[in-house]
Write a protein that binds this ligand. Sequence first.
Ligand SMILES: [Zn+2]
Length: 410
Amino acid sequence: MYHVLKGLYLRFSPIHHRLSTVAGATPPLKSDIRRFSQPLSVSPPPLTMSTSPSTAASSSSNCAKTTTKDADALRRDRILSSKLYFDVPLYKAPIIYSTSYDIAFLGIEKLHPFDSSKWGRICQFLIANGVLDKTRIVEPLEATKDDLLVVHSEAYLRSLKSSLNVSMITEVPPVAVFPNCIVQKKVLYPFRKQVGGTILAAKLAKERGCAINVGGGFHHCCANRGGGFCAYADISLCIHYAFIRLNISRVMIIDLDAHQGNGHEKDFSDDRRVYILDMYNPYIYPLDYEARRYIDQRVEVPSGTTTEEYLVKLDEALQVAEHAFDPELVIYNAGTDILDGDPLGRLRISPDGVTTRDEKVFRFAHDKNIPLVMLTSGGYMKSSARVIADSIINLSTKSLISMGGTPRKN
Ligand SMILES: [Zn+2]
């Protein structure tokens, strides 16, 4: 399955051009613009308006509208009363991290092909290099249940009280045998801190031009389903907070993790305020063909794609994206499982290729003065932390991120 090679391709609809909607308004349907990834012979959708609507149908429709309105108002209230957005002093760097991110769970984390202390090691490399002062790191708050309910259903959050379910989402079978209170503390709490970091990153990016959450990027989780090590939909949450708190109405997700970002794709399937550029290996997890229909710009990079091939495709994709959509915020999901040797991503990108990739995306946003949030997402090898740190150092050297504000006054 992983070795089936097919040509790269990129599909783009010129219809999806300079979309503009009002912040906080009911999202318009995306259905008229995402169909370019389907055959042109698809039959037109049935008419939705009847010439003689029945009273029952009308009543049902009104009821649905009221329910949607109530849900929107509740979501807005939750976002406005959240504590996740807080003022970050100017001396802090736009780097968000907490030691709570790192997962250490009685040694069983070693069973997963995931360097679960990657996030802390990235910061250690940055500090050792001298590019980041420890005191300038921004510590986020944990996303509370109310924060999570902005996107997730009560039923989904309840399902995380089952250790068996969490073990399936994290793909660490032994998690199933632990009492849920331990699973919450050792696994889900670190994730909730990372979610808080992703949400805060949008506020910081708007203030500073860009911000990096040294974690997050759980792009396989949607409102009512987790998977692929992703228990919370941090990208969807971050965007909903930005809609309400930052008065932003157009967001571009640039998802360059090796895997398809089916979580945010499902969450924004019908929302024209969100443009999704996803560059992924189509022959690996999650193989979510339904979610692929919701990607605005698909760039498929099959197993074995080399650095040179990858960067050419990225250049083309960013050129297309630039003319397709005019975002007010870019969410960059910068997974490093594209690295050569990664057993899950199956691509062949060199460490320098990752640095170049990140620089291209930062320049894309920087040149147009668009705030950018970077999330580290997947990347499953011990070498990932070093590669990410080297890339951030390069961004700092090229003045694409400023690691220090005004000097701290003691
Ligand atoms: Zn991935």
